[in-house]
Ligand binder design. Structure first.
Ligand code: NDP
Ligand code: OXD
Length: 308
C-alpha cells in the first residue's frame, strides 16, 4: 500500500520527511514519480492536474493539502466512492485570524497609504477609521470564520456572522442563509471565509457591495471565484467600497497586467493568509490514512453533496 503526494509547484520533501518520521515503514510516492499506481490507496493533493487521479484504480481516499477542497470536488475523475478530507490545524486557524486582524487594522490605520507616501517622501495625515464604523461581517462561520471571529472579538470588534445554519456563539450576531440582507446592512468590513460551492460562486458582486453599511470594505480569504472582479473595481472607483484586501484570485498567480495591481485601494497578497504546516499536517494525514485503511470515517471529512 502506498500514499501519494501530488501538488505541482510545491516542495513536498519536508512533508514526506515528517510523514516518515511518524511512520518509517510508510511507502510514499511523490507525483509524478510513482513506482506502482496500483499500490496507491490514499492521496494528498493540492491543485493537482485534473483527471490524473482517475488512473489510480485502488484509490480509497484523498486529503486536500489545505482547508479548501474545491480542487477535489472539481475533479470529475474522482469517483463518488472515494472519500475526501481536508487539513485543519491549529496554526492554520491562528494564522488566518492574525492575517485578517492585520488587514482590518491596516485598513483602519491607512497603513498601505502611508507605505505609498513614504515611497514618495510625502507627509500627510489621515483620520483613523473609528471602531464604530468597523463592524465586521464574516461570510462563513466554519473553522476559519470562527477563528477570525474569536480574535476580532478579543480585540473589541463587533462581529456579525453569516452561515447556512445559525450559530450560538458568544460575541457573534449570527445570521442564517436567508438573512443575508440584514447581515450586510449591519456590517462595514466584509470578510469572505466561505468555501467555493455552486451557491457561493460569484457571491461578491456589486449588488452585495451596495447593501453593505458605509463605509464598506472587503477582505477576501476564501477563493478568487467568490468575487466578480470587475464589480469590485467599479465599486471602488464609484465609492461604493472604500477598498479591498485580497489574498485569493480567480487566476493565481495574478497576471502582471491585471487591473488590480494599479489600484492603490486594493491590497494584494499571494494566497498566503494561512499556510499548512507540514509537521502538523503529517499527523492528520497519517491518522486519516490509517482510518481509510480500516474503513473508519476520516477526521475533517468532506460532505461531497454539500460541497464543503
Ligand atoms: P468550513 O467548511 O469549516 O466552513 C464553511 C462555512 O461556510 C460554514 O459556516 C458554512 O455554514 C458556511 N457556508 C457554506 N455555504 C454557505 C452558503 N451557501 N450560505 C451561507 N453559509 C455557507 O470551511 P473553512 O472555514 O475551513 O474554510 C473556508 C474556506 O477558506 C476554504 O474553503 C478555503 O477556500 C478558504 N481558505 C483560504 C485560505 C487562504 O490562505 N486564503 C486558508 C484556508 C482556507 P454552516 O456552518 O451552516 O455549514
Ligand atoms: C487552503 C488554502 O484552503 O490555503 O488551505 O487556501
Amino acid at each position: 500500500m502506498s500514499l501519494l503526494l501530488i501538488a505541482p509547484n510545491r516542495d513536498l520533501n519536508q512533508l514526506s520527511e515528517e510523514l516518515q518520521n511518524i511512520d518509517p515503514n510508510l511507502e510514499i510516492d511523490i507525483w509524478p514519480k510513482v513506482k506502482n499506481k496500483d499500490r496507491v490507496t490514499f492521496a494528498v493533493a493540492w491543485n493537482h492536474p485534473k483527471n490524473v487521479l482517475g488512473n489510480y484504480s485502488n484509490l480509497k481516499a484523498v486529503s486536500s493539502l489545505g482547508a479548501g477542497v474545491n480542487h477535489l470536488l472539481n475533479d470529475e475523475s474522482l469517483s463518488e466512492e472515494i472519500n475526501f478530507a481536508r487539513l485543519i490545524t491549529p496554526s492554520l486557524k491562528s494564522e488566518m485570524a492574525e492575517y485578517v486582524l492585520q488587514a482590518v487594522l491596516a485598513y483602519r490605520q491607512h497603513t498601505t497609504r502611508y507605505t505609498d507616501q513614504k515611497r514618495e517622501a510625502f507627509w500627510d495625515k489621515h483620520k483613523l477609521i473609528p471602531k464604530e464604523d468597523s463592524v465586521v461581517g464574516i461570510l462563513g462561520l466554519g473553522e476559519m470564520g470562527l477563528s477570525i471571529a474569536e480574535l476580532l472579538i478579543l480585540n473589541g470588534y463587533k462581529v456579525n456572522g453569516w452561515s447556512r445554519s445559525k450559530k450560538d456563539v458568544e460575541g457573534i450576531t449570527s445570521f442564517s442563509e436567508n438573512e443575508l440582507g440584514d447581515f450586510l446592512n449591519s456590517s462595514n468590513i466584509l470578510i469572505c471565509a466561505l468555501p467555493l460551492t455552486d451557491n457561493t460562486h460569484g457571491i461578491l458582486d456589486l449588488e452585495l457591495f451596495k447593501k453593505l453599511k458605509k463605509p464598506g470594505y472587503l477582505i477576501n480569504v476564501g477563493r478568487g471565484q467568490h468575487l466578480i472582479e470587475e464589480d469590485l473595481i467599479y465599486a471602488i472607483d464609484t465609492g461604493v467600497l472604500a477598498g479591498a484586501w485580497l489574498d485569493v484570485f480567480e487566476e493565481e498567480p495574478l497576471p502582471s497586467n491585471h487591473l488590480f495591481w494599479n489600484r492603490p485601494k486594493i491590497m494584494i497578497t499571494p494566497h498566503i493568509a494561512a499556510v499548512t504546516d507540514p509537521k502538523e499536517a503529517a499527523e492528520q494525514i497519517i491518522e486519516n490514512y490509517k482510518r481509510s485503511l480500516s474503513g473508519m470515517e476520516m477526521v475533517n471529512s468532506v460532505d461531497r453533496k454539500k460541497g464543503y
